[in-house]
Design a protein around this ligand. Structure first.
Ligand SMILES: Cc1ncc(COP(=O)(O)OP(=O)(O)O)c(N)n1
Ligand SMILES: Cc1ncsc1CCOP(=O)(O)O
Ligand SMILES: [Mg+2]
Length: 197
């Protein structure tokens, strides 16, 4: 989330212009009606851009707005349940922060794993212990699933993340709330490309 609705809409417009591959709406604590209204507004931006739009946690809101998918954590609905509700074409991500979580049965039904936090983050107050890029690489070696690295990633360290061979990086504060979200997105994309081996 990037503050209120208008800030979020403007940030998503800039991020899309900057070339992001996916948008996820994560607004812990928001009432569902407010979340649905914002989700509808963001979908009106992501659909023409052909960029997938996911909800964090909120399967009912995702179904109500016709989102492309949902990202769930270890204490959210099981991935198979989300798959049953959303259908085979939905994009479903699962958080995993350690080897046990990477190797659990639920992983099979997920399209990708969100792995982190790679670095310290102030965005998620209940985040798991920091992995470091080395820890991320160790977890990557345990699965064939695409990995989206997350947590404390910015333009200065995203190259190191890319060099681990993960499929993508997800950021919140490195784009949301930045004075120029378009420039921040472009800077992240360039630093990612420079780090890919
Ligand atoms: C890409 C990605 N990875 C991890 C998360 C964290 O999701 P979750 O574990 O459900 O924690 P909350 O975001 O609900 O606090 C994510 N949202 N996206
Ligand atoms: C949602 C989430 N899951 C693990 S870390 C994190 C927060 C990422 O935010 P930031 O990119 O600002 O560190
Ligand atoms: Mg969650």
């Amino acid at each position: 989330m990037c503050g209120g609705e208008q800030g979020c809409i403007e940030t998503v417009k800039a991020a899309l212009q900057g070339g992001v591959a996916c948008i996820q709406l994560r607004a812990p604590g928001w009432k569902k009606r407010r979340l649905l209204e914002l989700a509808n507004a963001l979908l009106a931006l992501t659909r023409p851009a052909k960029v997938p739009f996911l909800l964090d946690d909120e399967v009912d809101v995702a179904l109500a707005c016709g989102a492309d998918g949902v990202h769930v954590g270890q204490r959210d609905l099981p991935v198979q349940t989300v798959r049953d509700l959303m259908g085979p074409g939905a994009l479903i991500g699962l958080s995993a922060s350690n080897s046990a979580q990477i190797q659990q049965a639920d992983v099979a039904a997920a399209d990708y794993l969100g792995v982190g936090p790679v670095f310290a983050t102030q965005t998620k107050t209940d985040a798991a212990p920091v992995l470091s890029p080395e820890g991320l690489a160790t977890l990557k070696a345990l699965t064939e699933k695409p990995i989206v690295a997350i947590g404390g990633i910015n333009h200065a360290n995203i190259g190191v993340v890319a060099a681990t061979g993960v499929s993508a990086a997800a950021v919140v504060s490195a784009i949301c709330g930045q004075p120029n979200p378009l420039a921040s997105t472009q800077q992240l994309a360039a630093a990612w490309q420079a780090g890919v081996k």
